[in-house]
Design a binder for this molecule. Structure first.
Ligand code: ZN
Length: 135
């Protein structure tokens, strides 16, 4: 279920590596793994990318903000990180899936040489999730 690979084994443009950190529930891990597999036919990859799901309701971004997810391209590689614990009575695994799709929409901006911005991302993320879950 959990795939972790060191950076020097990643082929360019291969499927993303999924890393589920200890403390993420099995139900979230299962749903994210399934969604990722169903998303891939809709998102041509041009880069190696690592998706990390961490326990907790939010993550802290490098700039110190709290967020549900993060897309980052840096010297350490290209990564998506998402918070893997729903907020009780507030968010659900569906929302965690939406966050994953949101960050992949940012990856598409990066892949296509577009500016990373929120404009259009929400709509694209919903379209990606709908397409994936219809498959
Ligand atoms: Zn965003």
């Amino acid at each position: 279920m959990v795939t972790i690979s060191s950076a020097n084994t990643i082929d360019m443009a291969s499927s993303p590596i999924l890393a589920i950190r200890r403390g993420v529930s099995r139900s979230v891990a299962r749903r994210i793994k399934r969604l990722l597999g169903k998303l891939m036919p809709h998102i041509p990859m041009k880069h190696a990318l690592v998706v990390t799901v961490v326990p907790g309701n939010v993550i802290q971004t490098p700039s110190g903000k709290r967020a549900f997810g993060l897309f980052r391209a840096s010297g350490n590689g290209i990564e998506i990180c998402i918070a893997g614990t729903p907020i009780r009575n507030m968010t659900t695994i569906d929302d965690i899936e939406r966050t994953l799709c949101h960050e992949f929409a940012h990856y598409e901006q990066f892949r296509d040489g577009r500016r990373l911005q929120e404009r259009g991302v929400k709509v694209r993320a919903e379209n990606l999730r709908r397409k994936a879950l219809a498959a």
